[in-house]
Ligand binder design. Structure first.
Ligand SMILES: Nc1ncnc2c1ncn2[C@@H]1O[C@H](COP(=O)(O)OP(=O)(O)OP(=O)(O)O)[C@@H](O)[C@H]1O
Ligand SMILES: [Mg+2]
Length: 244
């Protein structure tokens, strides 16, 4: 079943076309990686999927509904949850408070809905999310004292607490210590049992390890798409991306 589809999605910035007429499909249950050189339009593309940036043209469909003009918060309520390249935690709050705040803030976007989450249910959601990323023993520490890589994991926990049906990650392994990469991959694989995953990633080892399918972007367009084995031997891909 197709979970997400874009049709002719474009975004221009003045004279620059960051994303050019991209039609794309994501099947439910997939782990999909988007790769491509710097400036290829990857972040702009997923930002339009999440509603952070309005498209200049084209449309986005989620579960067959046109969500092109839907606010980011409404998309979260529909199950599209994202973390981005820039970390957005609150350093002077504890990990537990950060996750609670993320849940509350997103839930209150829909009037009345926050009332349906009891304090016990909220606690359980926080514990589950922090355990998933291995930070449950640090729940009462201040987020600001965590190493950067762990702040990224905290952000992921903030997303997981919302039980996403589509989790969108922009360069999630950036800043992770080498020893944290394998646990991160294991976490994504566990998460993929209940969520579809769309992640932008520069670390090809992580991509080839995790992705069911890979979409290669270059100059605002999709250059190639396929399984890791297909992408590795695609001549245009080797030239444009893997070769450099
Ligand atoms: N807010 C903006 N204003 C003007 N130009 C922008 C803006 N955001 C992105 N661009 C331009 O759009 C193009 C695509 O940028 P984007 O950030 O989507 O690329 P990317 O593939 O995510 O790159 P990276 O791998 O470096 O994160 C680039 O040429 C970039 O300079
Ligand atoms: Mg980017």
């Amino acid at each position: 079943m197709t979970l997400l589809e874009t049709r002719g999605l474009s975004r221009r910035y003045g004279g620059v076309t960051a994303v050019n007429d991209v039609s794309f499909r994501l099947e439910q249950g997939e782990i999909r990686s988007i790769i491509g050189p710097n400036g290829a339009g990857k972040t702009t593309f997923v930002s339009m999927i999440c509603g952070r940036i309005p498209p200049s043209g084209g449309a986005v469909f989620f579960e067959d509904h046109d969500i092109t003009n839907m606010s980011p918060w409404k998309r979260v309520m529909r199950g599209i949850v994202y973390t981005f390249q820039i970390t957005s935690i609150y350093p002077k709050l504890t990990l537990r408070e950060n996750v609670a705040l993320a849940v509350q803030r997103r839930l209150t976007a829909k009037p009345g809905l926050h009332l349906s989450l009891s304090p016990d249910a909220l606690d359980a959601a926080i514990d589950e999310a922090l355990s998933a990323v291995g930070l449950n023993n640090e729940a009462d520490r201040l987020a600001g004292v965590l190493p950067y890589g762990h702040q990224r994991l905290l952000e992921l926990a903030m997303g997981l607490a919302l039980k996403p049906s589509l989790l969108v990650l922009d360069e999630p392994t950036q800043g992770l210590a080498p020893g944290d990469i394998q646990p991160f991959c294991d976490l994504i694989r566990r998460t993929a049992k209940t969520s579809t995953i769309l992640f932008i990633e520069h670390n090809l080892k992580v991509v080839l390890d995790l992705a069911d399918r890979i979409t290669v972007m270059d100059r605002g367009a999709i250059l190639a798409e396929g399984t890791p084995a297909e992408i590795e031997r695609h001549p245009a891909v080797q030239q444009a991306y893997l070769g450099d």
